[in-house]
Design a protein. Structure first.
Length: 380
């Protein structure tokens, strides 16, 4: 118990360096802890925006291939700003910018302005392909403070094959150095799935040597891995990864930086994921939506989420990666749907049946984000 508390304390010290650069947020963060721990009212801390669905990579495990709409426009700057203001009113002090690949959004600087990046903690998750030193400098000036670079093997050829882009590994290494020179907080983001113990051990050493953080994202049986539950971590592996994070405070993930000070899924309470079209889920990797911000307020959707049994139970696991009951009940049944998200009220768990109009035909393949992007550019 004492060791666990010490590990939490060390991790919190690491995060406090971000606050020291923006001390005006200290009261807001402190109130979040007080509200969560003392008043027992979970406070929203982070909102993750998937700002687009374009990508130059074709990752073997991409979870986003079904997260593309052929009928909806992606969120505008005005909509992003409105959502952020709503999130702030619920306690949020940080946001994550992801995609797709966010650096392919031409108005990325304006996106940072919309989430008030100079005043709040803003992180971007990126494959690094479209970045160079001068663009990184511009993003830093716009307020971006933390970058998560995706990397999935320390063998360059293997990594580039997994990520579906030749030269990806070398580009990430270049960007790490540029980002260090510019004063960014840097993390490596890597997928942790079944059988990945040695990979994660190597990543730990890589990050320790370079004095950067390591962020784990659990393998999700969606997108390219839709229905492939064998890629999910076992209970033993889940416990092992948590032990690794306890031993290495520079490691983190969504479930171990909670204001509740518990290892648990923060989705619906402390964190929300916003799709490129305004759909709200526990995180971008979850194909189940609880509402759309073009139709409902963030406050109302979040309250609905916290009252939903699957969220109200406060899973001590990652819902989409290690909560095997949730994966079996909520993810596996809809794995063969053409398009996500699925509104929770229309989910087979609650309706008792699949929607035949949403099912893919036999042997129907979902195009990658890269294929969709090229097809759209050719038609324009």
């Amino acid at each position: 118990m004492i060791k666990d508390l010490f590990s939490i304390f060390k991790r919190m010290l690491g995060h406090s360096t971000l606050l020291m650069k923006k001390p005006h947020l200290i009261f807001r963060v402190g109130w979040g802890y007080f509200s969560t721990l003392v008043l027992k009212r979970p406070t929203l801390r982070t909102i993750e925006f998937s700002v687009n669905t374009d990508c130059q990579s074709e990752c073997e495990f991409c979870y986003s291939t079904q997260n593309v709409s052929n009928s909806e426009d992606e969120l505008s700057l005005e909509e992003i700003s409105k959502i952020w203001q709503e999130a702030k009113s619920l306690g949020a002090f940080s946001s994550v910018i992801s995609g797709g690949e966010p650096t392919l959004r031409k108005d990325l600087v304006e996106v940072l302005e919309a989430v008030e990046a100079t005043k709040h903690i803003v992180c971007m998750t990126t494959n690094a392909i479209a970045l160079n030193e001068s663009r990184l400098a511009r993003l830093k000036e716009a307020g971006l403070s933390t970058i998560h670079y995706s990397l999935d093997s320390l063998d360059p050829d293997e990594n580039d094959k997994i990520r579906g882009y030749q030269g990806h590994y070398a580009q990430v290494i270049r960007c790490i150095q540029w980002s260090k020179d510019l004063g960014y907080n840097i993390a490596i983001s890597t997928v942790a799935g079944h059988g990945d113990k040695k990979k994660i051990e190597k990543m730990i050493e890589f990050c320790r040597e370079r004095k950067v953080a390591l962020v784990l994202s659990l393998a999700s049986a969606m997108g390219e891995w839709a229905g492939q539950l064998d890629n999910n971590v076992t209970t033993e592996e889940w416990n092992m990864y948590n032990h690794m994070m306890g031993e290495n405070p520079f490691m983190r993930s969504d479930w171990n930086i909670n204001m509740s000070l518990k290892n648990e899924c923060p989705g619906g309470r402390e964190k929300l994921g916003v799709s490129a079209y305004g759909d709200i889920a526990t995180c971008p990797m979850n194909p189940v939506s609880y509402g759309n911000l073009r139709k409902n307020s963030l406050k109302d959707i979040r309250e609905k989420m916290m009252l939903s049994p699957e969220i109200a139970q406060r899973s001590p696991n990652c819902l989409i990666g290690s909560d095997h009951k949730y994966i079996k009940d909520f993810m596996a049944p809809i794995a063969n749907y053409k398009e996500f998200p699925v509104l929770v009220d229309e989910h087979p768990v609650y309706t008792g049946k699949l929607d035949p109009d949403r099912l893919k035909a036999k042997d129907e393949k979902t195009p990658s984000l890269k294929e969709r992007m090229f097809a759209r550019s050719e038609s324009e």
